[in-house]
Design a protein around this ligand. Structure first.
Ligand SMILES: [Zn+2]
Length: 248
């Protein structure tokens, strides 16, 4: 295991901002190099990035605000690890909010907004074609935040930023199929409805899309683990001989 001092620090100028550090951590999480639950040590990150601990702390605080990092008192910062229940709650909230985002966007998306969203979908398709899974999970999440940004409602943007972060982590933890993230071609279909100015169609396609995202995840609670060997073998606890008197 390498020591902090032996790692080559990422060069950065004095007083550099937390943004590039945050971006790099996010990328590492979505590309599965930093798994959910992993500890993020301030001192080590400061050494690796060649910045002060204050800058690292700012980056971690911002990630915590977006739901990506969990800060535990006296224990430090960890990559968030949403439970199945967390994931179900996030998807339920998305199913309420996001059709409204799509609806409002269909009623008044700017030409530059449409161009940006089309470009985004093209970038997603390229990542999918290259089998670049981590990038795809990140990009498909960003598409939903981009819709909120183009809808021009900062409350939607804040909400979607957090919901997307937790969704992306849930996908990393609980996906069951081969599809990473959002099913192919659905973003393009939502965007087409927005371009046509068809608010109802845009809302419906978004609602169906969120349902499909949920379908891709295994969010049922696992069957309770057997309480012991006897239960696992389907035997009554009484029929198990005590230790030292084991039957062959
Ligand atoms: Zn999507």
């Amino acid at each position: 295991m390498s020591d902090v001092t032996s790692d080559l620090p990422v060069r950065s100028s004095r007083g550099s901002s937390e943004a590039p550090i945050r971006a790099r951590i996010l990328q590492a999480i979505f590309e599965r190099r930093l798994p959910p639950g992993e500890k993020l040590t301030e001192e080590r990150l400061a050494g690796l990035f060649g910045v002060s601990r204050t800058v690292v702390r700012q980056a971690l605080a911002r990630l915590a605000q977006d739901g990506i990092v969990e800060q535990r008192p006296n224990r430090g910062a960890f990559v968030a690890a949403p439970t199945r229940a967390d994931a179900r709650h996030v998807l339920a909230a998305r199913a309420v909010v996001e059709p409204e985002v799509a609806r409002s966007l269909a009623c008044g998306c700017t030409a530059s907004g449409l161009a940006r969203l089309r470009h985004h979908v093209a970038t997603e398709n390229a990542a999918r074609a290259n089998g670049d899974r981590g990038t795809l999970v990140r990009l498909t999440g960003e598409f939903h935040v981009a819709l909120a940004e183009e809808a021009g409602n900062p409350v939607f943007v804040r909400l979607l930023t957090e919901l997307q972060a937790l969704s992306s982590l849930s996908i990393l933890l609980y996906e069951r199929g081969e599809h990473a993230a959002c099913p192919p071609s659905e973003h393009a279909a939502i965007l087409a409805a927005i371009e046509q100015g068809d608010a109802e169609l845009a809302a419906r396609r978004m609602r169906e899309h969120i349902a499909h995202v949920a379908d891709e995840l295994d969010l049922r609670e696992p069957v309770a683990r057997p309480a012991g060997l006897a239960q696992a073998l389907g035997l009554a606890p009484d029929s198990v001989a005590p230790a030292g008197a084991r039957q062959r």
